[in-house]
Write a protein that binds this ligand. Structure first.
Ligand code: NVA
Length: 304
């Protein structure tokens, strides 16, 4: 399978995504087979925003495959301020085999990919979080045995995480429902794109503001109500979002056997402590799988 970059969920078809997940599971279960897969390779990791899981899972993951990574934080300010984005990319390409970047704007990633001449991996942008979605669908494959026909319901803010889930899921045969408060729905352009992918792949995508749509769902997924870089105070949105909290009653009403969260979790806001800590929670399987899923992407992009 030839992949140039890993920038947006909608860039990949069912075969490519299935192969990435199958390989991620293989790397997880047969690590010694892959321990030199990235030998001699260097990966530059640029972060414009904070990170725990992404930073550590990329760093340790690359190390486990014999490669070397370098973390570049915000010491140079926002990308594009000190020098042009394309020059940052071209400089990094002088010494690196790939760039991993967490950015405020997807357009910055696209610009880097255009000029770098080496693979660029999206480690979260305003629009997508594809490494997260890949790890999540890997976790669901392991948990349910297969993805085809699974019902996943995302509840909360229409954001980068819900975009990735609704773009990638239907391609993999997952029926996705996104429930958000009025005014916080996913943007129309993303919904149109995801609807087209769902139709082409024989799955369904439902976008609604009605919390009662959380019925007959195997999986409930939620994320922060306020994403990084959004300065809204939680008190300002609490009333609007509280009816959308994922709690025990909601899980029971939905008939869900799994709770997913990309973390960091804001306990007693988008999810109760009781549900997050329950045996239904896949949050730490998702976190672990970040490393294996990203390694699968790196092996595809970089292995000789
Ligand atoms: N939607 C969240 C995801 C954090 C992993 C954010 O962008 O902050």
């Amino acid at each position: 399978m030839s992949m140039q970059h890993f920038l947006a969920d909608s860039d990949f078809d069912n075969t490519q995504l299935t192969q990435l997940i199958t390989q991620a599971i293989d790397i997880k279960n047969n690590l010694p087979k892959y321990q030199n897969a990235l030998a001699g390779k260097t990966v530059a990791m640029l972060f414009e925003k904070p990170s725990l899981r992404t930073h550590v899972s990329f760093d340790f993951g690359i190390n486990k495959l014999g490669g070397h990574s370098l973390y570049l934080g915000q010491q140079n300010g926002q990308l594009g301020e000190r020098e042009r984005v394309k020059d940052v990319a071209k400089n990094l390409a002088c010494w690196s085999d790939a760039i991993v970047a967490r950015v405020f704007k997807q357009s910055v990633l696209d610009e880097m990919a255009e000029h770098a001449g080496i693979p660029v991996i999206n480690a979260l942008s305003d629009l997508y979080h594809p490494c997260q979605a890949l790890a999540d669908y890997m976790a669901l494959t392991e948990t349910f045995g297969q993805l085809n026909g699974l019902n996943l319901c995302y509840i909360g803010d229409g954001n980068n995480v819900s975009n990735s889930l609704m773009l990638m899921g239907p391609v993999l045969g997952v029926n996705v429902t996104v429930i958000s408060p009025v005014g916080y729905e996913p943007c129309a352009k993303m919904v149109d794109k995801a609807q087209a992918l769902a139709k082409a792949n024989g799955s369904t995508l439902t976008i609604t503001t009605d919390i009662n749509a959380a019925a007959e769902q195997q999986v409930i997924y939620t994320d922060t109500w306020i994403s990084m870089g959004d300065n809204t105070k939680v008190e300002q949105i609490l009333q609007t979002f509280m009816p959308y909290q994922v709690n025990k009653t909601l899980m029971e009403k939905a008939g869900a056997s799994a709770l997913m969260h990309c973390q960091p979790a804001h306990l007693e806001q988008e999810v109760t402590t009781e549900v997050f800590d329950s045996d239904k929670s896949l949050a730490f399987l998702q976190a672990e799988n970040r490393m294996w899923a990203q390694n699968s992407v790196l092996v595809n992009l970089l292995a000789d």
